[in-house]
Design a protein around this ligand. Structure first.
Ligand SMILES: *Cc1c(COP(=O)(O)O)cnc(C)c1O
Length: 391
């Protein structure tokens, strides 16, 4: 059976060049980068080479990059780290209501610690309004966190405008660029960001490694205590094979980006238009204009997203409903609800995210298998019968 992977926003396969780059560091080059001897120095050099590659990919200097265990840790470190460091200046933070749980739950944790948090609304198109950010700022605001690209609906947020506003008011600006790196230009200066989170496994690197960009002069309290690694901002022996893989993945993805995004956007548009043409009552979720090229998100009315996922999987198609992190719970996605999508519609959400290995034949295959799946589920759906459309 054909297998079609359409869940690249959940994770991506490690590309061969990346694995190749990592292997020496899983074999003979096992030195600890903190050691004085040649084994250690070899590791240290690889660590610093990777740091330069990550910095180059986002327009930063290498001394502003701290390696972490992934995007989740980078978001946690950015938000809780600066909140703790600047608490004496003020205890109010602003965050969008459609952030990844890594950011959102960091803010919720801070709320329990006595910080005040404003959760920004979004438009029906899944976009944060700059006016809402401006309206939420108080004298005691220390941090604004708005993601660059949303992981569920793929919408691109006006981060440069928000960054400019934050800078004018002397407020730190964090953006989660996990879903934009490799899909859009990511430049810390153009975004006027002070903190930027990125993750390796969303760009064809290994899992369990990421980085936080920390603008020179921005202070933060570490989450861990231990050795002096990462200039004490993230102690612990570095995940060197992972970091080397991440560096290689970042180095490869940026120059290929434009051509690949053009290819994926055309495929995504054909997929989305094909679905709308073949299936009634589809609600496309999120702005079609301000959206990354590989994301097709929509709701299929009168059916459950989970049921579609299971039947798609039986046909070899891997997609997601809501986000991978909330699957397992039956709550509809906080992102779709924040966009004002009714709960019963949000239950029918599907997200298909394309990547390097997908072909036009994959799109044809999904357009062939999805309509009968929806048909079958709707025939069993009391909601569909009640809607009067079943006849
Ligand atoms: C995947 C993802 C994360 C978490 O990154 P991990 O490396 O999996 O911890 C954070 N933010 C966004 C937007 C993501 O898509």
């Amino acid at each position: 059976m054909r297998r079609v992977y359409l869940d690249h926003s959940a994770t991506t396969p490690v590309r061969p060049e990346v694995l190749e780059a990592m292997l020496p560091f899983l074999k003979d080059a096992y030195g600890n980068p903190s050691s004085i001897h040649s084994f250690g120095q070899e590791g240290k050099k690889a660590l610093e080479d990777s740091r330069e590659k990550i910095a180059a990919a986002i327009g930063a200097s290498s001394d502003e990059i701290v390696f972490t265990s992934g995007g989740t840790e980078a978001d946690n470190l950015a938000i809780t780290g600066t909140a703790r460091a600047y608490a004496r200046k003020g205890r109010h933070i602003i965050i969008s209501s459609i952030e990844h749980h890594a950011a959102l739950d960091s803010a919720k944790y801070l709320e329990k610690q006595g910080f005040q948090v404003t959760y920004l609304p979004v438009t029906g198109e899944g976009l944060v309004r700059v006016e809402d950010v401006a309206g939420a700022i108080r004298p005691e605001t220390i941090l604004i966190s708005v993601m660059h690209v949303n992981n569920e609906v793929g919408t691109v947020q006006p981060v440069a405008e928000i960054g400019r506003l934050a800078r004018e008011r002397g407020i730190i600006f964090h953006t989660d660029a996990v879903q934009s790196l490799g899909k859009l230009p990511v430049n810390v200066n153009e975004m006027q960001a002070d903190l930027v989170a990125v993750s390796s496994h969303k760009i064809y690197g290994p899992k369990g490694v990421g980085a936080l960009y920390i603008r020179r002069g921005v202070r933060l309290e570490p989450m861990f205590y231990g050795g002096g690694q990462e200039r004490k901002r993230r102690p612990g022996t570095e995940n060197l094979p992972g970091i080397v893989g991440f560096g290689r993945a970042a180095e490869l993805i940026v120059p290929e980006m434009e051509a690949e995004v053009t290819r994926l956007t055309a495929m995504r548009d054909r997929l989305l238009d094909g679905i709308v043409a073949r299936i009634d009552d589809i609600v496309i979720t999120g702005s079609r204009q301000h959206r990354v090229g590989n994301n097709a998100s929509f709701c299929v009315k009168y059916v459950e997203g989970e049921s579609m996922l299971l039947l798609l999987d039986m046909q070899g198609v891997a997609a997601s409903s809501g986000s991978a992190c909330t699957s397992g719970s039956l709550d509809p996605s906080h992102v779709l609800l924040a966009m004002g999508i009714p709960v019963e519609v949000a239950h029918g959400s599907l997200r298909m995210t394309l990547g390097r290995q997908n072909t036009e034949e994959d799109v044809d295959y999904v357009l062939e298998v999805l309509p009968p799946i929806v048909d079958r589920l709707r025939r069993m759906s009391p909601l569909y019968a009640a809607s009067g459309r079943g006849k």
